[in-house]
Design a binder for this molecule. Structure first.
Ligand code: FES
Length: 105
């Protein structure tokens, strides 16, 4: 697990791009829950952290595929492949991500 930020650094529903061991990761906070996904759309490798978060997930800004925050699966074309979802823990107000633990494989 790598400490990436404080929970208070994350605004609800606003993506934050971080790097964990040279891997681009996007964090999304929903209440006290934090999701960590690979910050790269599976369609054309743009940063998902530039997109918007909705109830459906995080939407790619380029062509509009929306990825579920828990499963990493796109709910709409053109993306068809899921993106990696990483293990996150929040302890004492600190957010930790483990990119070696991919939850959706
Ligand atoms: S680059 Fe993300 S949907 Fe096309």
């Amino acid at each position: 697990m790598t400490r990436v930020c404080a929970l208070s650094d994350l605004d609800d529903g606003k993506p934050l791009a971080v790097e964990v061991d040279d891997v681009a990761v996007v964090l999304v906070r929903q209440g006290d829950e934090v999701h960590a996904l690979r910050d790269e759309c599976s369609h054309s490798a743009v940063e998902l952290s530039e997109g918007e978060v909705s109830r459906k997930g995080i939407e790619c800004w380029l062509h509009g595929s929306c990825f579920d925050l828990r499963t990493g699966r796109p709910s709409a074309l053109p993306a068809t492949d899921p993106i990696d979802v990483y293990a996150v823990t929040v302890e004492s107000g600190e957010v930790h991500v483990d990119i070696t633990t991919v939850l959706n494989t």
